[in-house]
Ligand binder design. Sequence first.
Ligand code: ZN
Length: 344
Amino acid sequence: MPEGDSVYRQCKMLRAALQGQVLESSDLRVAALATTDLSGRTVVDVVPRGKHILIRLSEAPNADDLKAGAEALTLHSHLMMDGTWRVFERAGTPRDGAERGSGARAASSAGTSPAARGKRGRQPYRRYASVRSRAEARTPLSADVSIGQGSHTIRAILRTAAVDAIGYDVKDVRLVPTRLEDQELVGYLGPDILGPDWDLNEALRRLQAQPDRAIGTALMDQRNLAGIGNVYRVEVLFMTRTNPWAPVGSLADAKLTEIVKLAHKLLNLNRDRPLRSTVGHPATGRPLFWAYGHYDQPCRRCGTRLKRGEIDDAAPSITEPCDPSAVQHLRQIAWCPRCQGEDL
Ligand SMILES: [Zn+2]
């Protein structure tokens, strides 16, 4: 399940492949953007904001002539539950080493006719290896994202001379002027846990502004702090022995600070790891998490069977009844009735 750390890694991969490169073509497979042509624009940067991916593009190459719509743009996408961006080296394109004229690859590409290159260009994609470590390449991405989606799930393709960056099942694909990023895309977000401007006190202030809210839902509200998803919610609450339904106002300041600091620590620890884990470096085959997904299994701290709970992330507070139709906001959590105070 993508959370702030996986979005951070996705942006790192996209930045390595795209930053400074000119788009040869684009293919945005959402109705509102179906006729959009981003070719000729340069990818200025790829920035994570909480769980949002912002691909910033330069103004159109002939901006003086085009006027409206030619300004610098930001392509927004969100991974939601199962979206992913992948980068593929375009078959037949020289790698860095080849361009420097070294090795057999350069020799083999020299003198190739355009027709032959075109034919090679229709060969299957190869995984773009240079932005992935060997360990990462061997590791299934299932902890973060599902892979192996078919072409029908493609929502965006950005093509440069060297790579295709393809967004599978990415949601909320939008294009807005970069100057309106805050206004239209991410201005509502709370402090970004993995952002350069992370602000612990501001996150605490926002959480405490709604004291009646269950801590479990408040942590997931990206307006309070951005980047936490269900995995980190479950883990942080378990590790700090916090009842998921405890009102924020019932928690001591020190406890709330401990919770937020731990979330910050765990996301930062995992942001460059190929496989997310909250239990340190797990041995092969060992559980990656303390509680997440471990329903009905013994608590690793006290042996009590972990319970399966349901938490409504749409509920604005614990005192207001949940909308029974809002099933998309109900998420399963694992928690220990003994360590995390069932009687609370
Ligand atoms: Zn326990």
